[in-house]
Design a protein around this ligand. Structure first.
Ligand code: ATP
Ligand code: MG
Length: 421
């Protein structure tokens, strides 16, 4: 109220205008207080379809019963997370999604919990994820790669500016909106690394050269086929794939935000070549190859790519002391590979690959997932006896969150509804 009065004074508003502003402010306050009182729960949403699966739960397309708005709901099983020591990570995910009010980050509207699960209600991105896109296509063209890498540069920079390091940039976490533009999801790992990727998991491996000779001797076409065949399974496993993680992140010597640019270099390689540079038959072999990148980062001669592209990949994937971006994001933006990119307007201009959406709940850009019983308490409880999590519920305290804007923007048409008209 004080701030408003002061602002109106500074602007020298007339009494009538002041009256209108004051009443608008009061209206907003009423809505805010109403929102604060509402306790959202699972019963306020209708589940339409499973659209994604991860190590700790799944993502569903849902519709809020009263408004008809469509959202993506990420469901995380508490018992699984306690068991796998993921609690700090999920708090981080919620906190970052709340703080990062950016065009480049998936927007979160509400979060709540019940006995069994945590729920994140996010904006639904109908374009699907980059992993699914890469699995559908053999490779991307240099032009398409330029577009996606350029947008991801801006997205990563936007979270760096907030002081976060993502550390788990991979194609599964690059989502596409209704127009085909990039948004970052999945901040589960921003502040901690999946337990499996901490060094203990790989401790018994020496840094000897990789030994999966059958895989190494495949030609690039067979490698790409093998990679794509195993890829989705890797995404669902709790270990996840170490393919995109920078070598310094695995070491105990420390790392900084430059590790995200390494991951982007790996993704760029995968887009152009058809599989990532360190892919192997097992995560352990991949880890060895990442640690030995000086020998293992090579380009197959049978898949030609431009010198500019190759140079940029090698500027992303090198020792962090020499890595591009060390002096700031401008260094990346001015790299010759990005020649012609309109950095200021890239998000408003047409995407490299346009997305076709027939309705607000179109899921044609997602793979098919079988229905699960995650929302059926009887089944879930018998798998995880209550004692598993009952006494630990305090660790999820403060998880609940509401985005005020979700209410005030009620009149606005969400971007996904404008698509495909
Ligand atoms: P982690 O990678 O930490 O294991 P996860 O894989 O369980 O997490 P996400 O990566 O957030 O969870 O989501 C899994 C998949 O669900 C994504 O790859 C994507 O296909 C889909 N998805 C997630 N969030 C959204 C969203 N907001 N809109 C549309 N699809 C989404
Ligand atoms: Mg994921």
């Amino acid at each position: 109220q004080k701030k408003l009065e002061q602002m109106m004074e500074e602007e020298g508003l007339k009494d009538e205008e002041k009256r209108i502003r004051r009443s608008a402010h009061a209206q907003k306050e009423t809505e805010f207080l109403r929102l604060k009182r509402t306790r959202l729960g699972l019963e306020d949403f209708e589940s339409l379809k499973v659209i994604g699966r991860g190590a700790f739960g799944e993502v569903r397309l849902v519709q809020k019963k009263d408004t008809g708005h469509v959202y993506a709901m990420k469901i995380l099983r508490k018992a699984d997370m306690l068991e796998k020591e993921q609690v700090g990570h999920i708090r981080a995910e919620r906190d970052i999604l709340v703080e990062a009010d950016s065009l480049w980050v998936v927007k979160m509207f509400y979060s709540f919990q019940d006995k069994l699960n945590l729920y994140l209600i996010m904006e639904f991105l109908p374009g699907g994820d980059m992993m699914t896109l890469l699995m559908k296509k053999d490779t991307l063209t240099e032009e398409e790669t330029q577009f996606y890498i350029a947008e991801t540069v801006l997205a990563i920079d936007s979270i760096h500016q907030l002081g976060f390091i993502h550390r788990d940039i991979k194609p599964d976490n690059l989502l596409l909106d209704s127009k085909g533009h990039v948004k970052l999801s999945d901040f589960g790992l921003c502040t901690g690394l999946k337990k499996a990727h901490r060094t203990e998991f790989y401790r018994n491996l020496n840094h000897s050269l990789p030994s999966d000779f059958t895989f190494q001797n495949m030609n690039s076409k067979r490698k790409a086929e093998t990679w794509k065949r195993n890829r989705r399974q890797l995404a669902f496993s709790t270990v996840g794939t170490p393919d995109y993680i920078a070598p310094e992140v695995f070491m105990q010597t420390g790392y900084n935000k430059l590790c995200d640019w390494w991951s982007l270099g790996v993704i760029m390689y995968e887009m152009l070549i058809g599989y990532p540079p360190f892919c192997s038959e097992t995560p352990q072999e991949t880890y060895k190859k990442v640690m030995n990148w000086k020998e293992t980062l090579t380009f197959p001669p049978e898949v030609p790519i431009s010198d500019k592209a190759k140079d940029l990949i090698l500027r992303f994937c090198c020792e962090w002391e020499h890595r591009i971006g060390a002096s700031g994001v401008e260094e990346i933006k001015s790299n010759p590979f990005f020649e012609g990119v309109d950095w200021e307007h890239i998000r408003e201009r047409p995407a490299a690959i346009s997305i076709e959406i027939k309705s607000i709940d179109d899921t044609s850009n997602f793979d098919e997932f079988p229905e699960s019983d995650i929302l059926k308490p009887t089944v879930a409880t018998s798998n995880h006896p209550e004692t598993d999590y009952k006494n630990k519920d305090w660790v999820f305290i403060n998880y609940t969150y509401k985005r005020f804007e979700g209410l005030t923007a009620r009149g606005a048409i969400p971007s996904y509804m404008k698509a495909g008209k």
